[in-house]
Design a protein around this ligand. Structure first.
Ligand code: PEP
Length: 252
């Protein structure tokens, strides 16, 4: 049975004071939940704060982006080794906001994936189609291409230490969630693509759903056979909501 994972993506939100308040509430709530790994992907400046608050708690943390380079003259960038210095376990790569707003293409995302693993981090690789792509019935072509970029550069074996997040772009921050059936269909497609290269690995691969997951819709999404947890944006900033979503990821 695949273990469950729920990752919070704080995006560019927070302050020392607001984070303290949120972490004080999250910690006991998340620690009381069995059978679900929870992780918080926070802005870089708050990694030290989160590390201090969560060390030894069983709750993991990570970042939302990583450089594809190990070090050097890359002003403004942060390497995987730097993230490891602050105890990060996970890092999101290829989030649709990075792809759309910062021009990250499949090749760069694949390089970031490799750099993250090289530094000992578990990448959470985001894939997903835009509304226009869904309406043009090319969802599988788009997701397949995003996945192939990583499979081609790192090899299927690299997915042993990785997580995939299917995040339809039209569902992110819009309040419009994919139906459990829509999400399940793409999750099954992803597992099938990986399975054609390595069936055993595909069976153990965790695939998260992301896109307007709320306490009210989490349970029905997580009940689908190929959905192994969630990547949560807005609702990760509200302690009771994130705790309820993580609790819903307990095996039904
Ligand atoms: C995200 O940013 O990855 C996300 C899924 O956001 P939201 O939950 O707010 O749609």
């Amino acid at each position: 049975m695949r273990s469950r994972l729920v990752a919070g993506n704080w995006k560019m939100h927070g302050s020392l004071a607001a984070n303290r308040h949120l972490l004080e509430r999250l910690k006991p709530g998340l620690q009381a939940i069995d059978g679900v790994q929870c992780t918080l992907c926070v802005p870089y400046p708050y990694l030290a704060q989160v590390e201090a608050a969560l060390a030894g708690s069983g709750i993991a943390w990570g970042a939302q982006n990583v450089s594809e380079w190990p070090q050097g003259a890359y002003t403004g960038e942060v390497s995987g080794a730097m993230l490891r210095d602050f105890g990060c376990r996970h890092v999101i790569v290829g989030h649709s906001e990075r792809r759309a707003l910062y021009g990250e293409g499949d090749k760069q995302v694949a390089a970031k994936f490799q750099a993250a693993q090289g530094a000992g981090l578990t990448p959470i690789l985001c894939v997903g189609e835009t509304l226009q792509e869904r309406e043009s019935a090319v969802t599988e072509i788009v997701v397949g291409r995003q996945l192939a970029a990583v499979l081609d550069s790192s090899g299927v074996g690299a997915l042993v230490n990785a997580v995939i997040a299917y995040e339809p772009v039209w569902a992110i921050g819009t309040g419009r969630t994919a139906t459990p059936q829509q999400a399940q269909a793409v999750h099954a497609f992803i597992r099938g693509v990986v399975g054609r290269q390595d069936a055993k690995l595909a069976a153990g691969l965790r695939i998260l759903y992301g896109g307007s997951v709320k306490a009210a819709n989490a349970r029905e999404l997580f009940a689908m056979p190929d959905i192994d947890g969630g990547l949560i944006g807005g609702a990760a900033l509200v302690a009771e909501d994130f705790i309820a979503i993580c609790a819903a990821a307990g095996r039904n």
